[in-house]
Design a protein around this ligand. Structure first.
Ligand SMILES: [Zn+2]
Length: 60
């Protein structure tokens, strides 16, 4: 967990995002949001994240 994707905000272990298939990883990020079940999560609805996973709250 070192990078966060600038486009989808997923937290990544490498610079290339497996979801966007691009090198959109940014190492300067903060805040971690973990979504386990999007359909039951209020945060998921508010933030618009519709897949389980780890997301960054702030990316510079
Ligand atoms: Zn991405």
């Amino acid at each position: 967990m070192k990078y966060a994707c600038k486009e989808c905000r997923r937290v990544l272990t490498q610079k290339e995002c497996y979801y966007c298939k691009k090198e959109t990883g940014e190492s300067d990020w903060g805040g971690l949001l973990i979504i386990i079940s999007p359909e039951n999560s209020k945060m998921a609805k508010e933030t618009g994240y519709d897949a389980p996973g780890k997301y960054a709250l702030k990316i510079r």
